[in-house]
Design a protein around this ligand. Structure first.
Ligand code: NDP
Length: 399
């Protein structure tokens, strides 16, 4: 049915590639392109590619003309961007120039400021409409599945959703004193930034990690959860009817936060370049280089993740609550595709989003966040491709 060009060959890309190959009827051909060709080839060797033809290519995705040249050579139907958020705009530009569909899992980030905003990518809407191509933004788990869960709740259970609490829990243990479970640079930028939540039409900023609760998560148990800013709140605030408040919560252990505090206090998490022995270096990029590679955590991580959304609102004039979540087991993911659950929970929805476009279910010209499409075929595919979800109609609410 289709050809996909995947950009990136890291933790998430590895899962996307495995899942595309498990879905050969949709993904006839896959080209894995990334900055380091050897990583693409290594990934290709690990795949059980079935009927999917897999090729590799070297690509600097900061360079639009290189991306255009590769697209013109390979002629994909869709580009799946699982490189880093810094490359979103160069890849979108190349998709526009070649009239190729686009999908990513994280909003564009300028190198010098951590913003977590969609505004740069939303400005492409008209151009994508005019070119007749679809761009799907944020088709990972969060953002991604959390938006699909919200659209599903809105479609099936609520006339108006008033509150959404997104709870992202990782109870996995990798045995290192400190490591991040996806790209360290992006992860640390996210957790050291100010928190924020949406209430009554505006975003309210909070100091980093200043709002904490304890929540008892199904299959995981009670965990400390901290309020963070997260990009999907920006689009959900626009796309969900009647919404009054959205908050995003993530679990962190005392140990993780202590290490992070020390690294922050000594300046290691800064994205401001410094001069070191005559060279300009970014402390956070240096830190990334010395931390364990997230892709290497798979074999050692044990435990589960639980990511879901708790909704309150009205149906037929009655107050209603609803919680929908996925539980994913790190070791089961590793046994299946050789990656831990964080990469797995991001890579599976990226493949599914691309499948929605290639099968025509989510194909409309423009730039969209996932909650703007019919959630039903995506929800079915989550069950089919390894991320089954569970519903609870009487959840405990977070105060
Ligand atoms: P990794 O660091 O493991 O992989 C990133 C890949 O991108 C590497 O292969 C890297 O190549 C490649 N890359 C970086 N820069 C370029 C470039 N200029 N040109 C070509 N390739 C490049 O990251 P992850 O796999 O953990 O994360 C991938 C994406 O997924 C990130 O954008 C992250 O924010 C997002 N994500 C989204 C989540 C969600 O739920 N929505 C959750 C987790 C992650 P090299 O190895 O040579 O550096």
């Amino acid at each position: 049915m289709g050809k996909a060009l995947m950009i990136g060959a890291g933790g998430v890309a590895s899962v996307v590639a495995h899942k595309c190959c498990q879905n050969s009827d949709v993904f006839h051909e896959l080209c894995i392109a990334s900055r380091t060709l050897s990583k693409c080839n290594k990934l290709k060797e690990k795949l059980n590619n079935g009927k999917t033809k897999v090729t590799t290519a070297q690509l600097d995705a900061d360079n639009t003309s290189q991306i255009i040249a590769l697209i013109e050579k390979f002629k994909p139907d869709i580009v799946i961007n699982v490189a880093l958020p810094y490359q979103d705009l160069t890849i979108m530009d190349a998709c526009l120039a070649t009239k190729t569909h686009y999908l990513d899992t994280a909003n564009y980030e300028p190198l010098d400021t951590a913003k977590f905003e969609y505004k740069w990518q939303w400005t492409y809407k008209k151009q994508f409409e005019e070119a007749g191509i679809t761009a799907i933004l944020g088709s990972g788990f969060d953002p991604g599945v959390t938006g699909v869960f919200s659209a599903y709740a809105q479609k099936h259970y609520f006339d108006e959703i008033h509150t959404i609490d997104i709870v992202d829990a990782n109870a996995g243990e990798h045995g290192y004193p400190f490591a991040t479970n996806f790209n360290p640079e992006i992860n640390i930028r996210e957790v050291t930034a100010n928190g924020s939540y949406f209430e009554n039409g505006q975003f309210i900023e909070t100091a980093p990690m200043s709002i904490k609760r304890v929540y008892n998560l199904p299959q995981i148990g009670p965990k400390d959860i901290y309020l963070l800013h997260h990009e999907e709140m920006e689009s959900l605030a626009i796309n969900i009817r009647g919404i009054k408040r959205i908050r995003f919560w993530m679990t962190f252990s005392e140990n993780y936060l202590t290490h992070l505090k020390v690294l922050e206090n000594v300046g290691m998490t800064s994205i401001e370049p410094i001069s070191f022995e005559g060279k300009q270096i970014v402390p956070l990029q240096f830190l990334k280089a010395i931390l364990p590679d997230p892709a290497s955590l798979g074999a050692r991580t044990k435990g589960k993740t639980n990511i879901g959304c708790i909704f309150t609102g009205l149906k037929d004039g009655q107050k209603k609550k609803y919680y929908v979540y996925n539980v994913c087991d790190h070791q089961a993911c590793y046994a299946e595709v050789g990656s831990q659950a964080i990469s797995y929970t991001t890579g599976v929805p990226a493949m599914i989003g691309a499948m929605m476009v290639l099968t025509g279910k989510w194909k409309k010209p423009g730039v969209y966040n996932v909650e703007e499409f019919d959630p039903d075929p995506f929800m079915d595919a989550l069950n089919q491709f390894g991320l089954p979800w569970t519903e609870d109609f009487n959840p405990v609410l977070i105060d």
